[in-house]
Design a protein around this ligand. Sequence first.
Ligand code: XMP
Length: 321
Amino acid sequence: MKIREITLKDLDPEAFIRTQMEALRDTVGEGTAVVALSGGVDSSVVTMLGHRALGSRLKAYFIENGIMRAGEPQAIVAAFKRLGVRVELVDARAQFFRALKGITDPEEKREAITQTFYKTVFGPLVKQSGARFLLQGTNYTDVEETVAGIKRQHNVLAQLGIDTKKVYGYHVLEPVIQLRKTGVRMVGKALGLPKAIYDRPPFPGPALAARVIGAVTPERVTTVRAATRIVEEELSRSGAFQYLAILHEDRVTGIRKGKREFGHQIEVRCWESLDAITGTPTHLSWPVLELLAKRITAEVKGVVSVTYNITPKPPSTIEAV
Ligand code: XMP
């Protein structure tokens, strides 16, 4: 890879912040830039760096794509308001569901999300705002996995030979591309972000669409969103690297109140990992697993089966799609 990784041993967060702020000021000049904030660690750090470097010349957008977690768009906008950063919420739910309609192949889903995000949504937004630059939180691991052909991370463009200026009409700036997640967290802390943001478990760009096997419809996203909320409530104290719920494509025969119910299956995953390159399933206790099964089948409409993934990465990956 052409990008030089900055390892933890070489990372001085304060110096990194100074260098990146200068680079942003140099590149953007007197112009303006927009930032795509998803509320994840990487994009939050980039938003704060951009805000510090460019002030009101940075316009922050949160794209409500219909595949975020419960209450997430409003919570992120409110959290950044408290930090003095105004974030505009853009309702793009219809565009994303239209683009995802009828697609079941994982890489095609990722491609549909990428095109909707950069072309359909950000193309006009950047143009309207008069900006020439889009800031985003691509990190070193995103690029590595995409270049290796494992998963096309939604936000990797230049390293795939995509000239964003030509294709989408703007340049993409990636201030944390030399860092892995732990490094990004250290920079977030040094920037004064609250722990709840810089220490957040990772969440993928393709959001809940990465956790729906098969068709991504509003109904199926509602199911996985409800299961995700329960998994996050129950496992946030586990100290694990990441924990998630996946909706399977196949249905299975269940029984409820003495009657047959041909229902959905949710798979729970909980990971121990340092950098998301490899991972092992957390040894959750049996009572915790039982509680998850009990709550998910009782509280999520139509779910009759809950499983726990015990496969490490590799050969599994962290997300299902
Ligand atoms: P996988 O599923 O490839 O995930 O083992 C590795 C880590 O990356 C996150 N992930 C993504 N992050 N865009 C992102 O920004 C993506 O397209 C994407 N896909 C997966 C995943 O949650 C895990 O932390």
